[in-house]
Design a protein around this ligand. Structure first.
Ligand code: OGA
Ligand code: MN
Length: 225
């Protein structure tokens, strides 16, 4: 019985890992093509649950108003964004698993697209009721070292009236290309210099992990448009 259960689990686990590899291929295609892709169920429910628990275990003082942190030139500006963040440093199994996953994605992008990505940084972000992040770019063309943005969401059963959608705009102009519901497991991945985006005010707590694959060390601040 125990053996049976375990082998079932193994098959299940293998399946989800295989699905992940397929999704990695799709992410690579999206980055090489339109430069953006949206992948529902990128994270399985087990991973989402582990990350949610890990996030929930943070004490209030471990979360800082967004913009404070690694980058000295980057200061809080409540007119631009009001979320609270915490960098992932690999402090827990859930964080290490997530970072390993993104490292694998980084290797695949480098192998197939020769992007020369050197590292990945990411933070948990919590938007409480009313919190937002206005239209911005994650990197300046030619100046930023952030090449590829990733955002994954950790929110179960997100409804339309919960707000908090991510709007992604065309490179130039006001046209909305994508309106993304921050539903648990969904990954949004795009070229950091190319797509202005914003987070509409959330009407309930909204949890995400925003991250950036970088080509070099110094951090380029986000740019308000
Ligand atoms: C960011 C960002 C989007 C989101 O942190 O730079 O744009 O949907 N986040 O959380
Ligand atoms: Mn952004």
């Amino acid at each position: 019985m125990g053996v049976h259960k375990r082998s079932n689990w193994r098959v299940y686990h293998l399946n989800t890992e295989l699905q992940l590899e397929q999704t990695f291929d799709e992410v690579v295609d999206a980055i090489a093509g339109p430069g953006i892709g949206i992948f529902p169920r990128f994270l399985d429910t087990t991973r989402v649950a582990a990350l949610r628990r890990d996030f929930a275990a943070l004490t209030p003082w471990q979360l800082t108003p967004a913009g404070i942190g690694r980058d000295q030139a980057h200061h809080t500006n409540e007119r631009i964004r009001t979320d609270k963040t915490r960098w992932l440093e690999g402090d827990s199994p859930a964080q290490r698993d997530y970072l390993a996953l993104m490292a694998a994605l980084q290797r695949q992008m480098n192998r197939q697209l020769f992007m020369g990505l050197k590292d990945y940084e990411c933070h948990y972000a919590r938007y409480d009721e009313g919190d937002f992040y206005k239209k911005h770019l994650d990197a300046f063309r030619g100046r930023g070292n952030r090449r590829v943005t990733t955002v994954v969401y950790l929110n179960e059963d997100w409804r339309d009236h919960d707000g908090g959608e991510l709007l992604v705009y065309a490179e130039k102009g006001k046209e909305v290309l994508h309106r993304v519901r921050p539903e648990a497991g969904t990954l949004v991945c795009f070229l950091s210099e190319q797509f202005p985006h914003e987070v509409l005010p959330a009407r309930r707590a909204r949890l995400s992990i925003a991250g950036w694959f970088r080509i070099d060390d110094p951090v380029a601040p986000a740019v308000l448009l």
